[in-house]
Design a protein around this ligand. Structure first.
Ligand code: ADP
Ligand code: MG
Length: 818
């Protein structure tokens, strides 16, 4: 699956874990006893201890673990003989493990075997480890296993932890007449027969039916016309949702639904509704989750110590799993979510606090602000810093005077002027004799930073101006060689670049400051890559992001950083006017574009997301650009920009646009971040309903950067009510923090916590249940645990640590082990 799941990496059995450790020890031998694999091996051995049911094996593993703890203190000879010894010991332990445990991870039995004798019926359900493959579940063969894998379900544990999207409350089932008379804003569940189905192609596209029982009927609408393929006239359907009592027939919109066939549904309780994939039905999944819960009843080990669980009034883990699928009532469902969400937040905070502590242990160069002569720098700027910029810069400057590396995140809306704050910090570093690295997520942005940084210092006298250079993935070999030279001699003051900056060959003579723009695009791992490389003394790190994050979520997403916020725009900006247009207004929107371009301005046209496919997006953009050039704006120059172009091509197009060689730039969502073209005053966003609020806001940030009134036109048909709400919020507000808060309220924390955006592990439970109090407690507990036992190697905390290591494994493999 595409997003990391905290648990999929758990090794299947104790035997697997031991085998893998032996492998790693061989690598350690091969690498010349450098000790780099040992932490990994120890973690695997802890896992093996947890997985094996054999007390004596666990003891033997614990003894080996102790010996490995001393490994670092040995000289090479000592390490060699210790390694040989431990290797032998592990091999013999591995051989002692019982066979049926080992077969857990082996593929299914060969075909055409004589039918096995029926096992005698036993009252107790056979127990398996959470890490066993799904094929251990009844009636799951390779074929179903492949389908389940699409849902991210590879082990029995994955199934146990596969939270339902929601529940249908069958205990609230009533007749339609009762439901209509039911005076509440809550949900009702009714059962009836499907009549009068209609598909509307839109806008907005929708599918409606009349649901009828003996007492009356309800009109049901889904904003998903494809449901017509699944629901048929005459079907018996149970739906669950809120009723609206308007004029005429009572209606409900987008209710949960389920085909009710026969009496076998568990009535009178909360029934889980899962996200599905082709070929796996709701019913099948229910059978599987039920079986998985039953079969792991005794193998679920609670990694939170009992006293802590009591103190925080948390449900035991096994019970939380069960209640999250088959809750006894809503209260217990909430308690289950609370427990699971707490766990995720705790694991997250353990990692973030750990990361912060690791950094704090590092030393950094103390910068002398006197010597930096910042007044020279301020004096040559074409503007004065805003109050917000000054405050943020002050916070940065305080950090730079400390002997500890700065780890500050600068948050500010698009156009709020973060770059100049970074430039001022760079000036301090350079004047103190250090070099600066500036990382941007794309080539276009890197190039723009190159120019911006040059420009921001251009008022200084020639010899005072820093030497700024560019390094990207497309930088030629020869130029690279020159950069290596200039970096090592200290000629380069500022090196601006993309991910290429993080490559091994890039070594600075004296790196003092790292600036990371659009930090969320680099992910947590990269956040710490550069600092580690500088050896003992670490550079100060200033990260920047234009993605405003609601205050409540800052601790979740950025708990390892100090945060500064720029919450005002530079003066003189004219607020962008945003309008919601539909298909009927298309001609009007083009005329607005024409008027602006005739006035000497330029325009962006953003094409809708076609699918999760860059190729199709690109094609659509090219077609749109051709159409606009030929049919609508023959008198202007229209160009196109998309993700399928090489960095060079993109640069060429952007440069042409910047130089006003083109008037209208048609683009896919690649335009999203950071591009600064002050002359662009109008943006037309096609299919605006398909984009999330954060992304729309990013797009809009491309205009309104000059002294002109700017316009953002949101074109959308076919919008669902939720999309309509998003568009309205865009029309109502220009403030990124307001939008972010609204987004959080509207859609929950899912968008912010989604792995790809946040660079954090997946947090399925937190997305379902989140409150700041739980977050605060998780933070406090994490701080407490790590101050009490920094390596979490005591018996109390080791299980939790191993769990946290798994949680962080993909993003920061060694985080919990240092
Ligand atoms: P962002 O925060 O999106 O990175 P930039 O740093 O690119 O914003 O700044 C946007 C524009 O605002 C730039 O053209 C910059 O020169 C200008 N700018 C920054 N600070 C000020 C200020 N205090 N007064 C006027 N213009 C400013
Ligand atoms: Mg910027």
């Amino acid at each position: 699956m595409s997003i990391s799941h905290p648990h999929t990496q758990v090794l299947g059995t104790a035997a697997d874990a031991i085998e893998r450790s032996i492998q790693l020890l061989r690598e350690e031998w091969r690498d010349g006893f450098e000790g780099r694999k040992i932490a990994r091996v120890r973690m695997l051995l802890h896992q093996a201890q947890n997985l094996t049911g054999d007390e004596s094996v666990a003891m033997a593993l614990a003894r080996i673990d102790l010996r490995l703890g001393e490994y670092a203190a040995l000289d090479i000879e000592g390490r060699r003989s210790e390694l040989a010894d431990i290797g032998k010991a592990l091999t013999s332990i591995g051989a002692r493990l019982p066979d049926e445990v080992r077969s857990d991870s082996k593929p299914a039995a060969p075909a055409r075997r004589a039918p096995a004798p029926k096992p005698a019926k036993v009252a107790v359900v056979r127990q398996v480890a959470l890490a066993s493959p799904v094929t251990m579940l009844p009636r799951v063969g390779d074929q179903i296993a492949r389908k389940l894998a699409k849902l991210g379900l590879e082990t029995v544990g994955d199934v146990v932890r596969f939270l339902p999207r929601r529940h249908i409350d069958y205990s609230k089932t009533m007749t339609i007449r009762e439901a209509v008379g039911f005076d509440t804003t809550g949900e009702v569940t009714v059962k009836g027969i499907v009549e009068d189905e209609t598909v509307f192609d839109g806008p907005p596209a929708r599918y409606t039916i009349r649901l009828q029982d003996a007492t009356g009927s309800i009109k049901v609408t889904w904003f998903n016309k494809y449901l017509a393929h699944q629901i048929r006239q005459g079907d018996e359907l149970t739906i669950s949702g809120k009723l609206e009592h308007g004029y005429g027939m009572p209606t409900t919109t987008n209710p949960e639904w389920e085909k009710t066939s026969g009496p076998n549904l568990s009535t009178g309780r909360l029934t889980p509704v899962y996200n599905l994939t082709q070929g796996v039905s709701q019913k099948q999944l229910r059978i599987l989750t039920k079986a998985a819960l039953d079969m792991t009843e005794s193998s679920v080990v609670d990694y939170l110590p009992e006293p802590m669980r009591r103190r925080l009034d948390l449900m035991p883990l096994g019970q939380a799993y069960r209640e999250s699928h088959y809750p006894s009532d809503y209260r217990l469902l909430t308690r289950a979510h609370q427990r699971l969400s707490f766990d995720e937040l705790l694991l997250l905070q353990l990692g973030l606090v750990k990361q912060r502590e690791n950094r704090r242990r590092g030393r950094a160069n103390v910068f002398d602000l006197e010597r930096a002569q910042l007044d020279d720098f301020y004096g040559q700027l074409p503007f004065q810093l805003t109050r917000s910029q000054r405050r943020a810069l002050d916070e940065v400057l305080v950090d730079l005077e400390q002997p500890k590396p700065m780890t500050r995140l600068l948050q500010g809306d698009v156009g709020s002027g973060k770059t100049v704050v970074a430039a001022a910090a760079a000036q301090v570093a350079i004047r103190n004799g250090y070099q600066v690295a500036v990382a941007a997520p794309t080539e276009i942005l890197a190039e723009q930073h190159l120019q911006n940084f040059q420009k921001l210092f251009s008022g200084l006298s020639e010899p005072e101006q820093p030497v700024v250079r560019l390094l990207t993935g497309t930088t030629k070999k020869k130029e690279r060689a020159r950069l290596v030279e200039e970096l090592s001699t200290g000629t380069i003051d500022i090196l601006v670049g993309t991910h290429a900056l993080f490559e091994d060959w890039v070594t600075f003579a004296s790196l003092g400051l790292v600036v990371i723009d659009e930090q969320h695009r680099f992910g947590v791992r990269q956040r710490s890559v550069l600092p580690a490389r500088a050896g003992e003394i670490q550079p100060h790190v200033l990260s920047m992001t234009a993605t405003p994050i609601p205050r409540t979520l800052n601790m979740v997403l950025n708990g390892d950083l100090d945060v500064s916020i720029i919450d005002e725009l530079p003066p003189g900006r004219i607020p962008i006017v945003t309008r919601r247009f539909s298909e009927m207004d298309r001609q009007k929107s083009w005329e607005l574009v024409r008027a602006e371009v005739n006035d000497g301005r330029q325009a962006f046209v953003i094409c809708p997301l076609v699918e999760e496919s860059e190729a199709l997006d690109a094609k659509a953009a090219v077609t749109e650009a051709e159409f606009l050039q030929r049919e609508v704006f023959p008198e202007f120059t229209v160009q196109v920009l998309h993700g399928r172009m090489s960095g060079k091509e993109k640069d060429r197009i952007m440069e042409a646009f910047r130089a006003k060689e083109s008037d209208i730039l048609v683009s896919t969502s690649v335009i999203e971040v950071g591009i600064d073209i002050p002359n662009a005053s109008i943006m037309l966003i096609e299919g605006a309903n398909r984009f999330g609020l954060a992304q729309l806001h990013q797009f809009r940030g491309r205009i309104g950067r000059g002294p002109y009134q700017s316009y953002c036109l949101l074109l959308a048909d076919d919008a669902t009510p939720e999309a309509e709400q998003r568009l309205q919020i865009m029309v109502d507000s220009n403030d990124g923090f307001v939008l972010a808060q609204k987004d959080l309220e509207l859609r929950g924390p899912g968008d912010f916590l989604g792995t790809r955006q946040s660079g954090l592990p997946e947090m399925a439970s937190t997305i379902r249940w989140f409150d700041t109090r739980t977050l605060d407690i998780a933070r406090r507990e994490a701080e407490q645990i790590l101050s009490e036992d920094p390596t979490m190697s005591s018996d109390t905390w080791r299980p939790l640590r191993d769990h946290a290591a798994n949680f962080w494994r993909e993003l920061a493999p060694d985080l919990m082990l240092s």
